[in-house]
Design a binder for this molecule. Sequence first.
Ligand code: EPU
Length: 435
Amino acid sequence: MADVDVIRVAGPARLNGTVGVVGAKNSALKLMAAALLAEGGSAVTNVPRITDIALMGEVLRRLGADVRFDTALDGSGTVEIGVPATLHHEADYDLVRRLRASICVLGPLLARTGKARVAHPGGDAIGSRGLDMHVGGLARMGAEIGSEHGFVLAEAPFGLRGAEIWLDFPSVGATENLLMAAVLAKGVTEIDNAAREPEIVDICRMLTEMGARIDGAGTSKLTIEGVDALQPVRHATVGDRIVAGTWAFGAAMTQGDVTVTGIDPHFLDIALDKIAQAGGLIETRPDALRVQMDQRPRAVDVVTLPYPGFATDLLPMAIGLAVVSDGVSMITENIFDGRFMFVQEMVRLGAEIKTDGHHAVVRGRPLLSSAEVRATDIRAGAGLAIAGLCTDGPTTVRHAHHIDRGYPDFVADLRALGVTAERLEALPDPEYTFE
Ligand code: EPU
């Protein structure tokens, strides 16, 4: 996509009103891959209408699935996935480099076809992002697995077998790949130090609806008893806690009042507690939350950790809050080595930030200075656009296509929350649109 796609927001402005979130990108992508595990027609509903979902659809098509997108009345998407008896087993670099999450087809492909050839995704703008735990776990399940000519090659001609696996770190992607491999393996697999994110629980739910036997979803130990075959299902994606958290922080940063619907607020317990410590008023309902901030926020320290810790994907929002808060905040990133790359763009808005390794020290100021900035990744882009509302004039965020990868209708949502926001030039990819 060309680099001219730009979002312009007008500061200073407050976010006020109600915004709804649909299903989580990081769940829907994996649910689509999970559909490969059963022959027949599955459907994933409540999916966000974003480029990454369309790209995953393309990955599945090239594996032989029939993929169709529809839009529901509430604006969310439905993906219908027809999975044939025999799948191809290769995901090429062209797609994997555009969608790192396509690596999650590795487990399902190996489970269904006994082999997989998936391009190595390489690093990206937020860090190096290894695959050793995916590979190590599948090897323990009996796969012969290695890397060659830029591809991860895996084979298990006699099928995968259950194994005991300990993850060095509760990796989201490794937990998902191993889980999706284990549901069709012979015998019992235990994944220790598994990731506990709501998106993992969501995949466990879908797999269980398909006939998988999984115990311990949402805990750090998953026990999976392999079955011979799974059945197709229709499954609704869990709400996007990161999009919801973005608006919650947006309310706090801009001293606004925002209600977010379509999300279980418990997924954001620590994030909401930070906003409360900063002086925000929080109200929750089972499927909604409201954040009000009627004063300049106070500085709070934030440390990112695997769920239920503070989400790394909300780090740009935590920095966004810190740059306008009263006092000095220490923000620590523990998941990705490149997550602070966007900090220089915040500095262009007049923010006072010093980084050292995985720490950032931020001294807040009451008003930032409008400027032209560049989105380096999905979350940084959203954080910068919202920080633009805390400036003294119009702020333009270039490379806004990054934001589109994670936030359906970002500009429309900003407008619904009462601020002036516009797209200066949008270049939709005609190949990948919802009908
Ligand atoms: N890691 C390894 N080896 C592995 C696997 C992971 O070293 O085998 C490292 C990574 O390099 C990274 C850390 O472990 O430093 C965490 O990686 P993890 O596997 O948990 O993350 P992921 O599956 O690659 C998903 C989300 C990210 C989100 C992280 C953490 C998707 C598609 N992506 O990534 O979301 O930040 O979990 O919660 O689910 C985003 O949506 O903007 C995004 C980056």
